[in-house]
Write a protein that binds this ligand. Structure first.
Ligand code: C2E
Ligand code: MG
Ligand code: MG
Length: 678
């Protein structure tokens, strides 16, 4: 190759180079400047060739440059020759350019030439800065996470931990590095260690696991819900690591426990609630041992709540629970249901159960001091024995509750479960429930039995008597279910039901142009002393438009004996309305006639037992005197349960006004008796 050709090649290469290539002579004057140099420094070749190279340097470096060059030329000790380093250049516009700079030395035609190659680092720097920024951002994100983040190597040593991690664990970041994760887990069963080691052993076949572990922490220990993932190691991809992402769920767990507690416990007493009680009992009872389930029924709570307020009631309940805890020394289960408490204890024999019951009642009946008042509870205890009475918790609960009612009914402090009583109670409850449904479904029929004038044998009025055909039990006598209805709120419901039907029958007679009958309706005791009764009757009269004389009420003599103040008021209201009242079953309630004469009643009905006894001298005398006194007090008199012509004749002879009984007519469906078309 010719020299000229060589020169061409050289300049082509120079021009094609990406890096800036500058040559200078021994004095530091620029001798060549390639295109890349032009682009990098912003000067054209013509502008710089022949000028000092310092031109391309920032002032601080420029000042030192001549010295370096002199130094080298005199000592030949290179400081920069042959060594690449990072320096700064200066652009024509004055901005600084980061460069990787290397210098070579050549001798050409006896003259020393230095060749400088400048590699522009600004892009690279930008990228590095960007990378650093990005890393910092990720670092910030990771550090600011509330979650615990860590990495462990195959020895389960911590290689990374974020700020939350060291904060929760309570160990400084540096001290955590290299520490085996298992050492800071409160994990006696080594579950964490086994699981994580297993991930390494599985060689990538198990990439993710979750585990809840309590980690040792500054406080009592933090329950952390971990999720570990297999990742490539930071240093060596061949060395995988596990990255843990943990959530401190101690607080959630505590809240959950609290919620669970509230779900199963009574918030006032801390006793179990009924839902939890049954299952706790199932778990607690050991089959071959004996237990007693005590049902402590605490009366008077309603009164305390009403009179002293619910806070007072709550205070009493809390105190009562305390006393139960103090009385029971041995292990037990306690539950609260409303104002009642249930206790299960292990017992040697029945007597022990009874003794404990008495102790409990005694301690619960001691006065309670609430807001300066001294309050008392009226407590009885029902006892059901396991397994003697039943092995089923649910049955035992029913039994203990029925035993408590038994105790209450019989004025005892405590009572064992009694099967007969329980049966009666069960029957009663079934009847109550059934009656409620029957009334709702209008399955109760109203029969009428006439009251006959004994002198002319004509019908003066009718008595309404209910008939219930129970779907399973068949016919149920009112004598059986009325007393049950009376004890519950159903009494009023039943009375209104019958009153309503009686009113309808009267109205239908009017509409069908039949004689308007007089119908007497029996009313239960509790209802009769309620001022809502006359109000209801007024409504009925308005609604069905019937005269007040066509409706009468019968109340039993027994009821009159327990007269309350409101009963008198009700009677006065009825008198004003014009509705007559009869005293039913007279003679059975031991009330004195003179007392009855003060009442605002219109009729006496002599009970069937006296009519049955009419044939005897004594019986006849009794009935005769009752009739005489009633007459003297202007009361109409009716004899109940007349079954024979003889009885009717005798009564007629005694000047009894009216009679009612099978002799005249049995009770029959109302519409049939009144000849109503449907
Ligand atoms: P009560 O009010 O004294 O009714 C008379 C009862 O004697 C009726 O019994 C009637 O069927 C029955 N009776 C009538 N004549 C004779 C007779 O010649 N011989 C015999 N052996 N019995 C006769 P019932 O219908 O079984 O009612 C029983 C009790 O149930 C009634 O006694 C009454 O206290 C109550 N009751 C019936 N219906 C109602 C009602 O709608 N409301 C209320 N609150 N109580 C009612
Ligand atoms: Mg009656
Ligand atoms: Mg009667």
């Amino acid at each position: 190759m010719k020299l000229s050709e060589l020169g061409d090649l050289y300049s082509t290469l120079l021009e094609a180079a990406v890096d800036a290539i500058i040559t200078i002579d021994e004095q530091g004057f620029i001798t060549s400047f390639n295109s890349a140099a032009e682009r990098l420094f912003g000067y054209s070749r013509d502008e710089v060739v022949g000028r000092k190279v310092n031109l391309l340097m920032p002032p601080d470096t420029a000042a030192r440059h001549d010295r370096y060059l002199q130094n080298y030329l005199s000592t030949r000790k290179p400081r920069v020759i042959g060594i690449g380093r990072e320096v700064e250049g200066q652009h024509r516009n004055g901005s600084r350019i980061p460069l990787h700079f290397s210098v070579g030395e050549a001798v050409h035609e006896g003259k020393r030439t230095f060749i400088g190659i400048c590699h522009d680092l600004s892009k690279y720097r930008e990228i590095v800065e960007q990378l650093e920024e990005t890393e910092q951002r990720y670092r910030d994100i990771v550090e600011s996470q509330k979650q615990l983040i860590c990495r462990v190597d195959s020895q389960l040593r911590i290689t990374f931990a974020n700020a939350s991690f060291s904060q929760v664990i309570g160990v400084q970041h540096d001290a955590l590095m290299g520490l085996p994760l298992t050492e800071i887990a409160d994990d006696d069963e080594h579950r964490l260690g086994h699981l994580l080691a297993g991930m390494f052993r599985a060689h990538g076949n198990l990439n993710e696991v979750n585990i809840k572990v309590t980690m040792k922490s500054r406080d009592s220990g933090a329950l952390v819900d971990w999720s570990f993932k297999r990742v490539d190691g930071a240093g060596d991809p061949q060395e995988p690591e596990l990255q843990g992402f943990g959530i401190d769920i101690s607080q959630q767990e505590a809240a959950l426990q609290q919620a669970l507690y509230l779900r199963n416990h009574d918030y006032l007493t801390g006793f179990l609630n009924m839902r939890a009680f049954s299952s706790a009992m199932k778990a607690w009872i050991e089959p071959r041992r004996r237990y007693a389930l005590l049902h402590l029924a605490c009366g008077r709570f309603e009164m305390i709540n009403r009179q002293y307020g619910y806070d007072a009631g709550d205070n009493v309940i809390v105190e009562a629970a305390k006393r139960i805890r103090l009385t029971l020394i041995r292990p037990n289960l306690c539950a609260r249901t409303g104002s009642d408490m249930l206790v299960v204890i292990g017992v040697r024999d029945n007597e022990e159960a009874h003794d404990t019951a008495l102790q409990l009642v005694q301690s619960l009946e001691r006065p309670y001091r609430v807001n300066g008042s001294s309050l008392r509870l009226d407590v009885v205890c029902g006892i059901a024995l396991y397994p003697a009475d039943s092995a089923s918790q649910e049955t035992l609960q029913n039994m203990a509750s029925s035993a408590a009612r038994d105790a209450r009914d019989h004025g005892a402090t405590a009572a064992y479960f009694d099967a007969d009583y329980h049966e009666d109670l069960k029957k009663q409850m079934e009847i109550e429930q059934g009656l409620k449904e029957a009334l709702d479904n209008q399955d109760i029929e109203v029969y009428l039995q006439p009251k006959i004038g004994l002198d002319d044998h004509t019908v003066h009025s009718y008595e309404a008597l209910v008939r219930w055909q129970h779907p399973e039990r068949g016919f149920i006598s009112p004598a059986d279910f009325i007393p049950i209805a009376e004890r519950s709120a159903l009494g009023q419901k039943l009375d209104r039901y019958v009153l309503n039907i009686a009113a309808q029958l009267i109205a239908r007679c009017r509409h069908q142009s039949r004689p308007v009958p007089v119908i007497a309706v029996n009313v239960t005791a509790r209802h009769f002393s309620d001022l809502a009764l006359p109000e209801y009757l007024e409504q009925l009269m308005r609604r069905y438009k019937f005269p007040p004389e066509s409706l009468q009420l019968e109340i039993t003599e027994g009821m009159v004996m327990q007269m309350r103040q409101t009963t008198t008021q009700v009677m006065e209201r009825l008198r004003t309305l014009g509705i007559q009242v009869s005293i039913d079953d007279f003679g059975t309630g031991y009330s004195s006639l003179s007392y009855l004469s003060h009442l605002l009643v219109d009729e006496l009905k002599i009970d069937k037992v006296f009519i049955d006894d009419l044939q005897s001298e004594r019986g006849a005398t009794l009935v005769r005197s009752v009739i005489a006194i009633a007459k003297a007090n202007n009361l109409r008199i009716t004899a109940e349960g007349i079954e024979t012509a003889a009885q009717a004749r005798i009564l007629r002879g005694m000047d009894c006004d009216m009679g009612q009984g099978y002799f005249f007519a049995r009770p029959k469906p109302g519409h049939e008796v009144l000849g109503l078309s449907s």
